[in-house]
Design a protein around this ligand. Structure first.
Ligand code: GLV
Length: 336
């Protein structure tokens, strides 16, 4: 008998076909999340699940899922998982690091440029029929990207990919990370470690790439924004909640910083309506990894993780190796 899995969101048909070779697939073939109660009900008889960022997997969701052995997120971030609850239930968790680094770094750069050169507002203005002819003092005087200082908060794989691109624009790169990179990695991305305050005070473009956790909640708030240069732009391609959105709105309204470009929001998709009234912020709907090739690679990686885990092979991107190890031990003892 095939093991049973739930796929919580419409994915690429090629991935579903692959999963169906191994498993009986309960497929929520929609591009909208399941309601929490439906999610819990459909997990009740499953051995595994492919989940998305909008699927909260916590104590209540898995309470009835006594067979559940693995949840495989199609994302590098996993703040939708309650890892403590998963550990108590002996459920392994996986994610998709690596495959989206370059695409997300591209998105960060798209937002740097859009913010610096006011591309979105200019486009809207032109479409509205306002352009009367070329002007020297046009309303779109922006800030230069080349030779400006790039600051990165959170220097993991994506941060390093963002940093490597800066050489092409002759930009000095400074970063802050809890742990300083190895010398060779710093040299590869030509980046210098600084403390957080120095980063905030010196960056012309500050790109946020820390994961969301209790420790990073509102790590950019009014105190931090007050340290930034008036010509600086804040770019968030990491997670909502890292930035205190109310404080950022205030800073943008007061022109305390020049601008922001945000791909993620505190209560997305319900972002604060004040953002919509500001012309110095660029807003995108959490599309950091959204190239066709990368989204396919993420879905395939999530399938790899699930297939391996349900066949007793250690999946490549385990988030909770201790849970996996405990289950392996238990299985051996039962066999013995
Ligand atoms: C996207 O936000 C991800 O975590 O993959």
């Amino acid at each position: 008998m095939k093991q049973k899995i739930l796929v919580c969101r419409a994915l690429f048909p090629v991935v579903i076909e692959r999963l169906a070779q191994y498993f009986e697939v309960d497929y929520h073939d929609r591009d909208a999340p399941l309601e929490p109660a439906d999610l819990a009900a459909r997990l009740a008889d499953k051995d595994g699940a492919i989940t998305l960022l909008s699927d909260r997997i916590d104590e209540a969701t898995i309470a009835a899922a006594s067979r559940l052995r693995v949840v495989s997120n199609v994302a590098v971030g996993y703040n939708n998982f309650d890892l403590a609850a998963l550990a108590r239930a002996g459920v392994s968790a996986t994610h998709t690091p690596g495959v989206l680094d370059e695409t997300t770094a591209d998105t960060a750069w798209a937002l740097i440029f859009a913010s610096a050169r006011r591309i979105v507002s200019a486009d809207r203005w032109l479409r509205a029929g306002n352009w009367q002819g070329w002007q020297f003092h046009d309303p779109w005087l922006g800030n230069d990207v080349h030779h400006a200082t790039l600051g990165i908060l959170g220097m993991g794989r994506i941060g390093q990919a963002v940093a490597r691109r800066a050489a092409g624009f002759s930009m000095p790169v400074i970063y802050h990370n809890r742990q300083r990179l190895a010398v060779a990695d710093e040299a590869a991305c030509k980046a210098s470690w600084v403390d957080k305050e120095t980063l905030l005070r010196n960056a012309d473009f500050l790109v946020l790439l820390v994961p969301y956790s209790a420790a990073t909640h509102h790590c950019i708030g009014s105190k931090e924004l007050a340290l930034m240069k008036p010509q600086a732009s804040l770019i968030n391609v990491a997670r909502g909640g890292i930035v205190d959105d109310a404080a950022l709105i205030e800073a943008l309204q007061q022109r305390q910083i020049a601008g922001a470009a945000l791909d993620v929001f505190e209560n997305e998709p319900a972002l604060d309506a004040c953002f919509l009234t500001l012309d110095n912020v660029v807003l995108t709907p959490h599309i950091g990894s959204s190239s066709a090739a990368t989204r396919l690679a993420m879905a395939q990686r999530a399938a790899d993780n699930l297939i391996d885990a349900l066949h007793g092979r250690r999946p490549p991107n385990l988030l909770n190796p201790e849970v996996w190890a405990a289950r392996q031990l238990m299985t051996k003892e039962i066999v013995r």
